[in-house]
Design a protein around this ligand. Structure first.
Ligand code: NAD
Ligand code: IPM
Ligand code: MN
Length: 362
């Protein structure tokens, strides 16, 4: 029996993870699998219960599991506490602890949303890109990172560190992914300014020689941010460092229609995966049963595909998401009148109904 650790976290985290679990249970029933779920604490919820954002029991539970599904961490309640125990430290900690260096963030445009976007349908048609974000290095983890006196006044230092081996492995991930897609890798950097980006670009070129069948190109990050909106269909696989990938993926979410739609997979080199929506804990709508659960549900589909090899089951969930949208179901983030959306639970019910129908027919 496969064991899935659930890390609901904070804000809308518990609401969407509950729904993703219901979807996984409906898939288990439809395809006769057995998944067993274990919940563990992370983020603000863990701080409240134990005084720390990533208790050792959580790390232990994750290390002995087959896959991990996370909601989101953080919120205003914990914004003013000591920065060493912020909720976000729990998320960064689990990524580092499990060595989850490869963060895959696919961005697709689903037909039923193409006419409802802030972008023109002709810009969106045919977009299918994958952001491969480095997740355990860069400014997020470099030391020192501290407030200190600089030239006699209050100041700060954050440090951007990358080892060549860290760049190499994430670029390899991107090339391998491109081989299964359209065969194009775009490496995004700031090589006109940053030394780290110059090593990044050099390394990408070096690794690229091992993939003569894949086309490698480079783009500066500011231009990439603009091109993502101007002509997103030019992209296939986009590989970039931690912070650039964070920012570009939130931007790219608006190509698919909402931050409430984007899933992600964070993988290590030992086959363990953590799956989570790209969005955060959305404190402004937490507890209202209005969050869009589809990013969490699509993350559960990525879990089935990448950790369990259940490709058909994953496709069934993705098709069910699209069917719910074709049938007109919209949470507030997608609804034209932002007060008229359906609830988190109703959206999940629509997805589950479609999964059950598919299973019944096959
Ligand atoms: P956010 O992604 O939580 O919210 C941004 C906006 O998008 C809000 O208006 C929110 O209501 C909306 N939104 C997000 N997810 C949604 C969903 N599923 N359905 C409908 N609307 C949705 O980003 P933020 O407000 O900058 O951050 C809030 C907190 O979340 C912070 O503490 C931040 O550190 C944390 N955060 C956590 C993660 C994570 O755990 N992976 C990711 C990003 C931000
Ligand atoms: C994300 C989030 C996290 C990040 C935060 C909460 C630490 O924004 O997963 O995209 O910056 O990686
Ligand atoms: Mn982010």
């Amino acid at each position: 029996m496969k064991q899935i650790v659930l890390l609901p976290g904070d804000g809308i985290g518990p609401e969407i993870i509950r729904e993703a679990r219901r979807v996984l249970e409906s898939v288990a029933q439809a395809y006769e699998h057995q998944f067993c779920f274990k919940e563990a604490l992370i983020g603000g919820a863990a701080i409240d219960a134990t005084g720390q954002p990533l208790p050792p029991e959580t790390i232990e539970a994750c290390l002995t599991s087959d896959a991990i599904l996370l909601g989101a961490v953080g919120g205003p309640k914990w914004d003013s506490i000591d920065s060493s125990i912020r909720p976000e430290k729990g998320l960064l900690g689990i990524r580092k602890e499990l060595n989850l260096f490869a963060n895959l963030r696919p961005v697709r445009v689903m037909k039923p949303l193409i006419n409802e976007s802030a972008l023109k349908p002709e810009v969106l048609e045919g977009v299918d890109l994958l952001i491969v974000r480095e997740l355990t290095g860069g400014l997020y983890f470099g030391q020192p990172s501290e407030r200190r006196t600089v030239d006699g006044e209050d100041g700060v230092v954050d440090t951007l560190v990358y080892k060549k081996s860290e760049i190499k492995r994430i670029v390899h991930t991107a090339f391998e992914a491109a081989r299964k897609r359209q065969g194009r890798v775009l490496s995004v950097d700031k090589a006109n300014v940053l030394e780290s980006s110059r090593l990044w670009r050099e390394t990408a070129i070096e690794v690229g020689k091992e993939y003569p069948d894949v086309l490698l190109d480079h783009m500066l990050v500011d231009n990439a941010a603009m091109q993502l909106i101007r002509e997103p269909k030019q992209f296939d696989v986009v590989v970039t460092e931690n912070l650039f990938g964070d920012i570009l993926s939130d931007e790219a979410s608006m190509i698919s229609g909402s931050i409430g739609l984007l899933p992600s997979a964070s993988l290590n080199d030992r086959g363990l995966g953590l799956y989570e929506p790209v969005h955060g804990s959305a404190p402004d709508i937490a507890g209202t049963n209005t969050a869009n659960p589809l990013a969490a549900i699509a993350s559960a589909a990525m879990l089935l595909e990448h950790s369990f090899g259940l490709i058909e089951e994953a496709r069934t969930i993705e098709t069910a998401i699209e069917t719910a949208l074709i049938n007109g179901y919209r949470t507030n983030d997608l609804a034209s009148d932002s007060k008229k959306g359906i609830t988190t639970i109703e959206m999940t019910d629509a997805v589950i109904q479609s999964i059950q129908k598919k299973a019944y027919l096959s």
